[in-house]
Design a protein around this ligand. Structure first.
Ligand SMILES: Cc1cc2nc3c(=O)[nH]c(=O)nc-3n(C[C@H](O)[C@H](O)[C@H](O)COP(=O)(O)O)c2cc1C
Length: 245
């Protein structure tokens, strides 16, 4: 399949064959993640393959995604990781201010997302299904504890990958008029969500599972009505990030 067609047929999969992925398939997935672009070559990402099913169970429970974290081909945790840099600086007796900054945190989050999406695309190209699991941040302190994560690391999300048993329909994305502009932010066009709300109202009303009377604006109004996972900020501070400069 052409790469664009492959990407446009992406859906998150939540129903997998539970047979573990072959070693050579896993190797390809890890190598795909390994080759992503990385800001200033800092490679601020680590991947933890969760093969211990007792540990997996604890992560599955935290994430609230038990079925598709346990019954799947593989489950990886992606860690935004500046610990290697902190270690280098510490050994040299230098200040850690440079790795603790908001800019460095941003760099590590971006590097991690790029590596993960490389893995996700390789998986989909191999005919597998994927679902990101941000749910691990439901108890980010406990996840860090379970995985022995050191300072300047953040468990950002999991990625469950396996052979799909069933798939949802593709979710309609924002119209390009809400998403793409030339030479500056097109406030009027980007925030005019009327067409998309009609599209998503039909999508939510007609979908095969979990039908709802709602639309994208309504979903987002509800989603952002409260501060979600407020302990994440506290965790980032504990890990050594300044959250100020
Ligand atoms: C970083 C990230 C975290 C996510 N976390 C979860 C999760 O914890 N549980 C889940 O079922 N889906 C999760 N998803 C999947 C999204 O819900 C999904 O991508 C979105 O609804 C769009 O649907 P689609 O991927 O099928 O197009 C996550 C996606 C991303 C990118």
């Amino acid at each position: 399949m052409d790469l664009l067609n492959l990407m446009q047929s992406h859906v998150s999969v939540r129903d997998f064959d539970k047979a573990p992925l072959d070693k050579n398939v896993k190797e390809k997935l890890v190598l795909a993640a390994h080759s992503a672009s990385t800001s200033n070559f800092v490679q601020a990402v680590s991947i933890i393959d969760i093969t211990d099913m007792n540990l997996r169970k604890k992560l599955a429970e935290i994430s609230g995604s038990d079925a598709y974290v346990m019954n799947t081909g593989a489950f990886f945790v992606f860690v935004a990781d500046l610990h290697r840099q902190a270690h280098i600086l510490e050994q040299n007796g230098q200040s850690l201010a440079g790795v603790s900054s908001m800019e460095s945190l941003t760099v590590s989050v971006v590097d991690t997302a790029l590596a993960a999406q490389n893995m996700a695309l390789e998986a989909e190209a191999l005919g597998l299904g994927i679902c990101y699991i941000g749910g691990i941040r439901n108890d980010i302190f406990e996840v860090a504890n379970l995985l022995n994560l050191p300072d300047h690391t953040v468990p950002l999300f999991g990625l469950t990958i396996g052979k799909p048993l069933s798939k949802n329909a593709v979710k309609p994305r924002l119209p390009l008029a809400n998403f793409y502009s030339e030479n500056g932010y097109d406030e009027a066009s980007f925030t005019d969500l009327r067409a998309y709300d009609e599209i998503t109202e039909k999508y939510y009303g007609n979908r095969q599972t979990n039908e709802q009377i709602t639309n994208w604006s309504e979903k987002n109004r509800e989603f952002f009505a409260e501060i979600r996972r407020p302990q994440v900020a506290e965790f980032l501070k504990k890990q050594g990030f300044s959250l100020e400069s």
